[in-house]
Design a binder for this molecule. Structure first.
Ligand code: DOR
Length: 438
């Protein structure tokens, strides 16, 4: 196995408390030295001048669509997008076809991810059979199988039945697994296509009110208190929900939360021209909500920035607004959007950005080898990016099989130069190393 010397970068490592100029020597898949002017004879040099060397990013929330919608994304193309975006691990959502509600499907997703080898694909399992919200899925079996599922969710929809939600939490607590919720009350959002407010009225579109989110979040926090289960709130979008999470944490409950780059960067103003690429669930909300999310990420109330990478077929996104599916691809823009919209204006430090994009999600998922620290003996899961370099988002040039992004044409700062998974470059000098079969 080739040794690599990452030369001349700035090591920013939230877990290890480091922010310093240092070389990083990688040998046999692990970090063997971090320090100034390392020798590393025989090692291949990866130029890191002007770049940040950070722990590989970890996404808590990505839809890879396989099995079932391989026309939109596959585990191979999604892994390529992830590596290109600086990720070394991601949690694959279970709303596939068939649904990942049993050991056979999660093991298949896990094995395909390992076979592609560009990123560690960590499958999430569904809470209920078929995500129908009626009976518990094979939770224990999924947790015990080779895929070792730790996060369970019916993402795409909330679990409506509160008693079933309680029973699932009581079950999950036994193996310290995470109950993760898509917080939108099904009845309250039925027929809605965007945030309910002044803009939905102006556009003549039925809305999805913030109440749909924070009512389910409040219920789940109450059930987490009752059961002592770990609760993770997916893609938080409303100011009131941020406050609920803040209070739950102050109380000492085991509650974590994530926000997406699109909810942190955009408001429902992005829908003014009926752009279906900005149609997403939960919906983009108001400036007040966006500001509350940013404050929540900055003070740690929101633990993680997660993509909710949701590829959709072009012909489906190009249909009428009310018919178009909801979702935004995010794996290749998350880091740059975070740097451009949060770090550059001084709303979030670079250290904290990397904590939310890598260290915290790795901790939540219990991924020992990811999220740093960058220290001798640790697996070399690293990303190297130039924070000052800029690029323009051209959807057709993304590695994802789908192009549904509202950020087309945006100039973003932050270009991934190298990504290393267990010491092997998956991206080198800005190019994907293993061109996958697509
Ligand atoms: O907009 C969304 N799209 N939100 C979700 O929760 C699911 C996702 C999808 O699977 O397309």
């Amino acid at each position: 196995m080739t040794d690599y010397l990452l030369r001349g970068g700035r090591v920013v490592d939230p877990a290890g408390g480091q922010d310093r100029r240092a070389d990083v020597l990688v040998s046999g898949g692990v970090v063997t030295a971090v320090g100034e002017r390392l020798g590393g004879s025989g090692a291949t040099v990866l130029d890191c001048t002007g770049a940040v060397v950070a722990p590989g990013l970890v996404d808590l929330h990505a839809h890879l669509r396989e099995p079932g919608r391989e026309d939109e994304e596959t585990i191979a193309t999604g892994s390529a997008a992830a590596a290109a975006g600086g990720y070394t691990a991601l949690c694959a959502m279970p709303n596939t076809d068939p649904v990942a509600d049993n050991a056979a499907v999660v093991e298949k997703v896990w094995a395909l991810g390992a076979q592609v080898g560009l990123v560690d694909v960590v499958p999430a399992g569904a809470l209920t059979r078929g995500r129908r919200g009626e009976e518990m899925a094979d939770l224990g079996e999924m947790a015990r199988c080779a895929a070792g599922v730790r996060l369970f969710t019916d993402d795409g929809a909330a679990l409506s039945d509160s008693l079933l939600a309680r029973r699932v939490m009581e079950y999950l607590v036994a193996f310290d697994a995470i109950y993760a919720e898509h917080c939108e009350d099904e009845a309250l959002v039925a027929g809605g296509h965007m945030h309910e407010g002044e803009r939905s009225v102006a556009l003549g579109l039925a809305g999805r009110p913030s109440e749909a989110e924070f009512l389910i979040a409040a219920r789940d926090i109450a059930l987490a208190r009752l059961t002592r289960c770990r609760l993770h709130l997916l893609h938080v979008s409303a100011a009131e929900t941020v406050e609920l999470v803040r209070r739950a944490k102050a109380e000492g409950l085991r509650v974590t939360a994530e926000a997406t780059p699109h909810h942190l960067a955009l408001t429902d103003a992005a829908l003014a021209s009926y752009d279906t690429n900005a149609k997403v669930n939960p919906p983009l909300r108001t400036e007040r909500d966006r500001a509350a999310l940013v404050a929540g990420v900055a003070d740690g109330t929101i633990d993680a920035i997660a993509t909710d990478h949701a590829p959709h077929a072009l012909q489906e996104k190009e249909s009428e607004f009310t018919l178009a599916p909801a979702g935004i691809v995010g794996l290749e823009t998350a880091l740059s959007l975070t740097l451009t919209t949060l770090v550059a204006p001084g709303l979030l430090t670079l250290r904290d950005a990397l904590e939310r994009l890598s260290t915290a999600p790795a901790r939540i998922l219990g991924l020992e080898g990811h999220g740093g620290p960058i220290e001798p003996g640790r697996p070399a899961n690293l990303t190297v990016f130039d924070p000052a370099a800029t690029w323009v988002v051209e959807p057709q040039r993304l590695h994802s099989r789908s192009v549904n992004t509202p950020f087309a044409g945006w100039e973003l700062s932050g270009v991934v130069r190298h990504t290393l998974l267990r010491g092997r470059p998956t991206v080198r000098d800005g190019e994907l190393v293993t061109e996958v079969m697509v």
